[in-house]
Structures are given as C-alpha cells and as structure tokens.
Design a protein around this ligand. Sequence first.
Ligand code: PEP
Ligand code: MG
Length: 756
Amino acid sequence: MLDVLRRVIQEVNAASDLTTALDIIVDRVQQAMGTEVCTVYLLDEERNQYVFMATRGLNRDAEGIVTLDLTEGLVGLVGERAEPINLDNAPAHPRYLYIEEVGEKPFKSFLGVPIIHHRRVLGVLVVQQKEARRYDESEEAFLITLSAQLAGVIAHARATGELSINTGDGLPMSRFVGKAGAPGVAIGTGVIVFVEADLGTVPERESRDIKADIRLLRQAVDETRREIREMSEKLSDRLRPEELGLFEAYLHMLDETAITGEVIERIEAGQWVQSALRSVVEQHVANFEAMEDAYLRERGVDVLDLGRRVLAKLQTNEERRAEFPENTILIAEELTPGMVADVPRENLVGLVSVEGSPSSHVAILARAMDLPTVVGVEELPINLLEDKPVIVDGFQGHVITHPSPEQLELYREVVRQEAELVKGLEHIKDEACVTTDGHRVSLWVNTGLMTDVARSLDRGAEGVGLYRTEIHFMMNDRFPTEEDQRVIYRQHLQAFAPRPVTMRTLDIGGDKALPYFPIEEENPFLGWRGVRISLDHPEIFLSQVRAMIRANEGIDTDLRIMLPMVSSVAEVDESQRLISQCYRELIEEGVEVEMPDVGVMIEVPSAVYQARDIVKRVDFLSVGSNDLVQYMLAVDRNNARVSELFQEFHPAVLRALKSIVDAAQAENKTLGICGEMAGNPVAAILLMAMGFDVLSMNATNLLLVKQTLRSFEMARAKRILNKVLKMDNAVLIRDYVEEQMRKAGLGQIIRTKTLG
Ligand code: PEP
Ligand code: MG
C-alpha cells in the first residue's frame, strides 16, 4: 500500500494542472481500491460550494458543472463534521441527496473522507460501490492517509493561479495568507532570489537572450561531461567495468538527443536556461519515480544529481543579477539577511519569505529597515512570480499577486492613511514618554546596521537597548579584527552620544550563521549559541570586548555590554572575569576609559528562575522576549507551522516577566526588555505596568508605543495588569488589553483587520 500511496503522490505532484492532478487521483484510487466509483469534490471558496470536479464511475459530463451547497448531501456532511462517513446504504441516510446529472442511483455503499489542509476543509474524496457493504477499516485508513497527503498537494496546486478552480483568462488575482513580518504595505514587482545549485528554487523566467542561453547551456554541459570523465578515470582501478558503465549512462543522459536537447527546445520556446533545465529534470525525475521497477525508480536520483551539476556550472558562468527594478519586492523560499543586503535600499520596497516566522531574524531586520514583510506564506507559487505585480500587506500577513485595479486602489489608500498616522505622531518625537499621571519610561531602540542610526534618532530614540553586533560579523567574509570592530562601534557610539548604547556580544548560532564559521548541529537552537560560543572561544570574545571598550575612548556616552543566551551564573562569572581582564589590560596600555556597565539578557527559562542570583552579579538585566517565548513555550521562532503558538501574551510568559521584575527591583537594578514584544503597543502597557524601566524596540514602532503610553494613566495600566495576571488564556488577554486601548481612544494604533 505504501508503494501505491507514494506513487500516486508523486504523479499528482508532477501533474501540470489541476484537472490532470484530479484525474490521476480518481483513476489511481479507483484502481488501487478496486472500487466502482471515485470522485473528488473541491471547495470553491468564492462561491462557497463544493464542485464535482473529477470522477471515475459517475457521469464525467457533470465534471466542473454540478455543485453542492456546504450543507447539502453526504458530501456536505463530511465537510461539516471534518471526519469520514462510511455507510453501507447511503440512500437510506437522511442527508443523502439525489442529483440526477451525476448518475449515482445504482450505488449503495459510500465512503467520504475530508481533504483537510491546516485545519481547512478543501474538499471531499468519495468512493462508492453498488453492493451494499461497508468499506472495511483498511480501505478507510488508505483513503484517509491518501487524502491527508493530497491535501498539501491540492492546496499548493490551487494556489498557483493556473490551477485555480475558475480556470480561464490568464492568472487571476490571488491572495496568499502568511504571517505579518514587518508592518506596512508595499506595492511592487516580484524578484525571486534563490539558493544556488538548488534546482527546486530556480524561478520561472523568460530568456533574455536565447542564443546566449544555449551557449551557456552547452558550456555547462561540456564542463559537467569533463567532470564525469575525470571521476570515472579516478575510480577506474577500484570499480568493475559494469559499475563504470554507470558513468557512460550519465554521459548519454547529457546527449543532445536526451536532456540537453530537451532543454534547448524549451529555451528556443522562450524559457530561461536555468528554469528550462529545472523543468526538464523535474519531468524526468517524476517519470522515473513513477516506475514500478525499484532499480529504475532510483535512476531519478541520478538525473537529479546531473541536473544539479549542470545548474552549478550555469550559475558560476552566468553573472549574478545586478539590476533590480524600482519597487522590488524580494521573494525567496527562505530569505536571509545577506539576500536582503544584495539589493540597493532605494529599489527595495518589500519582502516575502515562504518559510520563516515573525520572530525570524530576517523579519527583525525588515522591521529595523522599515520594509513591509510577510513570512511563512507556504502556499505561494514562488516560481511564477518573477517580474509579476505583487502587493505585500505586512499588517495582515497577506501577499496579493496580480492585483485587480480595485485592490490596488484599496491598498494605495492604506499607504496614504499609514503615512498620515506616522506624520500625525511626529510632533511627539522629542517629548518624553510620560504617562498622564507622571510615570516615566525610557524608550530605546534596537540597531544593527548603520542605516538604523539616522532613523532611530529621527524618531526620538533615547538610547540603544540592543546593538546586534553579529550583523556586522554576518556581512563579512572572515572574523573582523579588533580594529575593524572598534571603528564600526565607535561610529555607533558617536552617533548616539550622549545617549547610552548597549552592545551585545556576539550572538551567533541558532539561525544566525557566519559563512566563514559553519556550525553543523541537529538542533541548533538548543546548541552552541551566544555566550556559549564566546566562552569557548575567548580569543574572539576578548577582541570584541576590547574593541567595544576602546571604541568608547573620549566619547561622552554610557557604554553597556550585554551577554546573550546566559543559562547559568557560571557563564556570568566567567564572562565578567574576561571583561575585567580586558579592562585592566587596556588601562595598563594607557587607554583612558571607564569600566562599562555589564548586563545579562534573560532569554532562557533557567535564567528566569535564577534572575535574582544573576542580577546580583551585574549592573542591569534585559529580557530577550523572542527567545524567552521560544524556549518557554517550546515553539521554534522560525517555524511558520507553529507560529500561532508563539504567544507573547501567554499567561506563563507574563508571569515569568513579572518575576524578573521582582528580582531586578529587589536588587535595585535597571531592567529593560529588548525583544519584539517591547515594540508592540498592546504589550508595552503591560510591561510598563509591571515595572520595566526601559523598552527597547525597532525604530518603526517607537512613536506608536510613545503615543500609547502617553495616553495612558499608570494607575489604569496597573489595574489592567492585575486583571490579566489572573487570566489563563493568551488570546483573551490580548483582546482585553486591546479593548482597553480602544476605550482610551487608541483604536487606530491597533491594526484592525479592515481589509478582506
Ligand atoms: C531576543 O531573543 O528577544 C532578542 C532580543 O535577541 P535576538 O532576537 O537577536 O535573538
Ligand atoms: Mg535572543
């Protein structure tokens, strides 16, 4: 059975349109189950009806024509209950609905299973028999398993405009749902970036120069042939002649009568060389994988390997993209900070990442750069969006492709309103953040790039609560020297002087990799991260701390050094020892500097429980709520599938935060928070009420948070906090605080879901 399942899925995956895919499904299920009828009904979301899409055994003339309301018939019942219905005598069931055009009169037994993707019913898969008998458990299990796997394939197929239910005039407008990564709306043109030598991510593009593309292909194929011959020669004394024959087979596959010829045909038809190669290789792989013979199935892997080799050559021979259109919307399977950095800032208006979540680092970078961003848009047909019109709705987390003129107008209006809201707040940028009853909170910013500096100062930042030093490390091709670092840090300190600047020591590992210092781990978020690496490599840590302290010489600014990912007091003690060593050495060298304040990030549950022990040893604490939520709730901050569970308002998180405040206050030390939570106006009310002294956030949200807190009484915020600390549900907590904000006249600041 497993074999049949695998083959059906592969065939469906390789289908070029929805009709073919559905035909394959009904055909193969009918055969595999030896049943008389198999039918797929799909939900047409616009009309709110099930459409009789494909059948074997019933009337095929009714395909695409007959529809059922959501509450109609047994099909409707399967959808309503979201569970299988297995009947030996369907016509006797009260919900049975007889539709003449379909021709199901003679069939008694009925088994319908829902096709569900991400909790949404996409359709219903039905098998029927004349004989009045219940389908047995193994048949039911087969259909459920198949349907669960097909759901993803169908969702993806329907998401690509070509495969929509309402086929017809070109690509229709489509809306894809992801997560809001950075607020704002961007209207522009899709540009796809992809990981090199990965065939799956090569975008669909038209050839700009057919002759040049064919030349590049032939050159890449020749180089690949040479490589294969060399491999064969190297192994010739270790392999038997029949094994060496494999290399010959490889070479034949590359002939102009085989793969190369097919790729050339596609290029001549106007396809770009890399996407032509992808299409041909994918087609061959699918053909091999659908074969009965296990040996031949395995040959699919060989074709894929060949394809990758040729692609790698093509990519080294072809120049990297140098031009980006105005209003570029950068789209990738998984966007990285490096990809973003490749595009000139003036051309870039928005970002879309199929993978990732709002707490991924690329989303954090996007917020810092004021770039509307949507992440975790799993259904996005990325290969089809090159040079196509796209809208990024970073408020709601939607991506709209091929927008209609009405949608464009609607979103242009949102852009206008947003600009007005920001303009309306400009007058408070130099005002202090004081509540109506006189409580003062410091609003600082998170930085990483020099471009953040001007924007931060422009929005009235009172200090830097988190300077992510690793961004500078990530943009280099080797570890920066102490002097490289000193220069960069000094620019930062000078720009903000006399405001305090908190420099975090290197926080790599997890999802932040340095190209020149690869770390291979099964479970990187629970592995070698942050201060753990610094303590294992004191030479890197010492040079960074020296650079920080030296950078501050002669500048009238409070430098604060902050340690990330601390999970025990031993790490604090050891770091303090090394920082003191640096300071002593610098004094001996004649550098005239003050000892900086040293602080610890609280972002691991163990540090919450030891907050009091930790804070006794340092000058300040700052909560890294992004990681704290990730580790407390066991929710990967980069995994779009569980991003609903990444809840900053989770009661456990709020109670943990309150206990950190108690620890810091008991020792009379300053407490800040520099995770994304601090920049959320709704959360900021609770954080202020708890007693956080400093909220550090991306500059984009600074004025929104300031406006919120300036409109509130501290006494009222405390009443709200007392109430929510007794509540047990994150969603209700958030709703309650939002309601209180609306009552305080702050409705506009809460991004309500106004567009549909
Ligand atoms: C955090 O974890 O909240 C934090 C501020 O650090 P980063 O997002 O860089 O991991
Ligand atoms: Mg962190």
